[in-house]
Write a protein that binds this ligand. Sequence first.
Ligand code: ADP
Ligand code: MG
Length: 746
Amino acid sequence: MTEGADAITDGATPPGSFTLDSRLSGALGGRTAQAFERGFGHRTVGDLLAHYPRRYAMRGELTALATLPLDENITIIAEVIEVGERSMRARRGSIVEAKITDGTGVLTLTFFNQRWRAADLRPGRRGIFAGKVSDYKGQRQLAHPDYELFDDAAPLEAGDAAAKRWAEAPIPIYPATGTLASWQIAKAVELVLDGLAPLDDPLPLSVRQSQSLLAHRDALELVHRPERDGDWKSARRTLRFTEAFVLQTALLARRAELRTHATAARLPVAGGLLERFDAAMPFTLTGDQLEVGAEIAHDLGEPVPMNRLVQGEVGSGKTVVALRAMLAVADSGGQSALLAPTEVLAGQHLRSIAKMLGPDLAAELMPTLITGQLPLAERKKALLRAAAGQSRIVVGTHALLGETVSFADLGLVVVDEQHRFGVEQREALRLKGRNPPHVLVLTATPIPRTVAMTVFGDLDVSTIRELPAGRAGITSQVVPLAIRPAWRPRIWERLAEELAQGRQAFVVCPAIEPKVLEEGAAAEAAVAEAGSGGNAPTDAAAPVASVAAVLAELLAHPRFAETRVAPLHGRMSADEKDATMRAFAAGELDVLVATTVIEVGVDVPNASAMVVVDADRFGVSQLHQLRGRVGRGSVPGICLLVTSAVPGSLALQRVEAVAATLDGFDLAQADLELRQEGDVLGATQSGGRSSLKLLKVARDGDLIAEARELAHDVLASGGGLADHPALAAAVRRRLDEETSGYLSKG
Ligand code: ADP
Ligand code: MG
């Protein structure tokens, strides 16, 4: 086929000539294909066919014009009511102006020097219009829009039945760009569908039948060219399940693939390092720690590399569990590397590991820090210790991945906080071992089961839910000012009561100064609003409590005349922050008025109270993390979540959800449900090649679980994936996409 856009118009495509892997340039012509690649990253026929309509419109139903957003590409259905032409005053030339309506609102279309448009846009004609809405002298208009008028004559001639069918056929509205309008995409899709060779179904027949799904080809046909509403609905059901099934097959296949590499089993020895550590441990492990520990020990004892994620909240005792795994590896003569996301956290890990080991074990295992900031001489020494195998535990940041770092016998890699750690980095470390090392990923972010299955489906997941005994716990209470304004003075009274008992407290605000949001708060608030599905939790223009304002209020309050209060926020220098934190930890300050900077690394057992002002400005998980700062010692904590969110708003529901449970996992699930749509996976889910298309982890949990089970059965029976070439091809496509996609960020 020749290059160029001509293929779209000449209709000469030989039927049955494309497969899903065919290049788009061969199917559409080079220029059109380029537009799809630039606009959406599509390269193949399969990519284009997986560009599903965002919604479906009906010819009979017009789009409400009053609510259209300004300056965004929109696609609407409307009717022409008026068209006129005038010449321009200042320059030579003419303007065609047409008005279109949805029956109430009116939008003006303008075209410069295109007189023929006046004949085209006859009043009474309906069509689909696309462009950016702008405001011109108080009038909403579309300048130089693209449009396609419905061909109202043809079906009427073809008879009533055809006319009815035409009127009922849903019109697919595609995610479009400024250069590719929805109907241009529809045309390209049609062309590709017409030329598609017979397709083998990615779903094995038994799976398709058990789920009562359509053949893949039919599903593609009906999602893009439905004749009635039911068509695209059943098509989407099939495609959604297929997406879940292919993804789960891919993840399970990758998990199986990782297990085909042989490695050394790491078994603790009798009377060895692990046993000595356990004997000296000042506490008994919780049931969950024991269970997870046993799962890890089992994995380490196998001659295939472990790939396990351990999730548990801050303070749930993950580090101890990971350290015990390192000791088992040390018993076998191997080394472990612990990777932390920042230098500070790496340093903290090293210190707490050395402390937990105690002087004797520490001397034997020689825990060593390797970071980029280490002075050269120290770094050299550390590198030598790692390379010679003297140091059995090496702690560091990404610097550990550098070429200069080598190990004598790397047996285990522990990755702290998976969110900032990619597959490539894990891979780089993996290659540093003689054998592929076992991998343990720790995360303090509770992940609902279905998200874990979707995002980390190639890892085995262990969960520590139970917190070590001896924590006094926290009472959380919502102070809903919109409903109970009279409670306002009680907030500071309650705080004063805590302080009177010799305790310390945090007051957390979303902003630093009246107009300056703390970074994290701004981001979370944005997420919260995005997740609210248009039901904005807070009025973005409403004033937000700030550190400066609340500090002033407390300083002027008679109840706090004797109280030592100080601010803490991200605009202070690192030294100032440090000094403030140290003074607070030493009991020289009573109250910190802070932003979310206190989220990380603060551990003051005497801090018992927290007041979060404008709590609805924070994300659910952020509130939960913040609250974890009080009630850490033997003193019971109290957390007041103050909000002005109105009754029934999603904002208030989110705050109430936090107050209702201390269980991070329940909360993560509640958060997922309140967010409704899929921003759980981050921005990448909203578009691009490698994102989820029809699947929503929040809604489709059961479907994902079912797909995973069926995928497991298919892989386990007969010749596995080899028995299902079409599924294997779909899996390969999925994994190809992921090399640059969100799953790799796992
Ligand atoms: P995480 O890494 O999950 O945040 P850590 O392993 O750092 O948690 O444990 C937090 C604190 O609790 C540490 O001081 C640790 O020594 C202590 N700890 C861990 N497990 C227990 C337990 N079973 N009983 C009592 N204290 C524990
Ligand atoms: Mg920890």
